[in-house]
Design a protein around this ligand. Structure first.
Ligand code: JCQ
Length: 423
């Protein structure tokens, strides 16, 4: 594997590649690194490599001709420009780059590079993160390091590269070595036990826990294996959604009981099924309303034409009060649920800690307790009458002040934010 760095500051590149794994690989000839300096392709006596920007503005732009000549001198290879405007570098991209045999890493300085150089002589723009460096050299070193360690023969063991963070979509589990006690801190006993299956399970759980809490973005993309799903069932599978018809408020804040609606039952049951929830509860103290809900659900469950909807309606349960659902879940799971309220108003449930959907998932992902999410019908949950609420979800925000989503729409949006996969 060959790397050619196009840079005005080769002295920033060369010394950084003499030590460690990459330094050894370079010495052994497993990788080859060279620099080409655009300043060597100038013809004026000041060896000018920058110029003022057309259109004005602060700073300077790299002069095209010396840069183009240096890129040409670098030879045939995949030409990458390091830039804060590039696509974010990922381990997946690093793995692809490691299959190529020559990377040309072009480093900008000053405010940047003439767009026509990018258009004519760059294959790909990559960013190493959302911050600005004074030049592309440190980014080029990052790419060299990340790619080189995947080149066969650079790392000692061929397996130790794939075992790590990001390759599996999870963060690394914590590592320990001797001494067994360090300033009063011990080593998790499972690691010293010699039970390899138990160690593997512990490490996997640690990796999952860390990923869920530290990197909700990665956790959302993570696809557990069948065995993992069995060992650590997903949060959705122990989440219950409830549509509350009492106690809720009307438009002036009076506590009321709302009437059941057919569309709410059908649509929220289908949303619950789509996102893998355990059940959808309809809560009303009115016996005839509960009978009606049961009737609506049973109607479809007997219908062969509506087979898909039938499966969703099997999730429907009815209860006379929130406390009844809590008691039922406590009995079913052997521990009470975390009760989560939703509200369109920022001021409701002032005592409950506020959580974004991502924070709630992070907090709960590997907590074995069930979760009960309350949706209010009418003008929302009567917060002072529901003391069991221990978390409140941040309101769904649209474009402006007008915020009157139907409970069906709010429920679907919420479930997608909590449990929806990203492609
Ligand atoms: C790379 N994240 C930050 C700085 C201009 C090409 O134009 C410019 C390049 C740089 C160097 O790259 C970065 C960077 N990933 O700052 C300014």
């Amino acid at each position: 594997m060959k790397f050619t760095v196009v840079t005005l500051l080769p002295e920033l590149i060369e010394p950084a590649l003499t030590a460690g794994v990459v330094g050894r690989a370079k010495q052994a000839g497993t990788i080859e690194v060279g620099c080409v300096n655009p300043r060597d392709f100038t013809s004026d006596k000041h060896r000018t490599v920058d110029d003022t920007p057309y259109g004005g503005g602060p700073g300077m732009v790299m002069k095209p001709e010396p840069l183009l000549a240096a890129i040409a001198k670098a030879g045939q290879g995949h030409r990458i420009l390091l830039s804060p405007s590039g696509a974010p570098l990922t381990q997946a991209r690093v793995q692809e780059l490691a299959k190529l045999d020559h990377l040309v890493l072009v480093c900008g300085r000053y405010e940047g590079v003439d767009q026509r150089v990018i258009d004519s002589a760059i294959d790909e723009e990559l960013s190493i993160g959302d911050y600005v460096l004074s030049g592309g050299e440190l980014g080029a070193l990052v790419i060299i390091d990340a790619v080189a360690r995947l080149v066969p023969g650079v790392l000692g063991e061929p397996t130790s590269a794939d075992d790590e963070s990001f390759s599996a979509g999870l963060l690394e589990y914590p590592h320990y070595t001797r001494p067994v006690e360090l300033d009063g801190r011990g080593v998790p006993s499972v690691l010293a036990g010699g039970n390899h299956a138990a160690i593997a399970a512990w490490r996997r759980l640690q990796a999952m826990q860390r990923t869920a809490t530290r990197r909700p973005d990665l956790w959302r993309r993570y696809r557990a294996s069948k065995a993992e799903t069995k060992a650590f069932p997903p949060l959705a599978a122990r989440t219950h959604l409830a549509l509350v018809h009492h106690p809720v408020v009307d438009r002036v804040g009076t506590v009321i009981t709302t009437a059941l609606t057919n569309f709410d039952i059908h649509d929220l049951a289908r949303s619950s099924m789509t996102y893998g929830l355990a059940a959808f509860h309809l809560i009303t103290p009115v016996t005839s309303q509960r009978d009606k809900a049961e009737h609506i659900a049973r109607l479809w469950m007997g219908d062969d034409q509506g087979e898909h909807r039938a499966r969703a309606l099997e999730l429907v349960r009815t209860a006379d009060a929130i406390e009844t659902v809590i008691a039922t879940l406590a009995a079913e799971y052997g521990q009470p649920p975390t009760v989560v309220a939703t509200s369109a108003k920022a001021s409701s449930f002032p005592a409950a800690p506020r959580r974004t959907p991502a924070e709630l998932v992070a907090e709960h992902a590997l907590d074995p307790r069930p979760m009960l999410i309350l949706l209010g019908s009418g003008w929302g949950l009567a917060d002072s009458l529901i003391p069991s609420v221990s978390r409140i979800l941040t309101p769904i925000e649209g474009a402006g002040d007008w915020n009157h989503l139907s409970v069906r729409s709010a429920g679907a949006i919420l479930l997608d934010r909590l449990f929806g996969r990203v492609p």
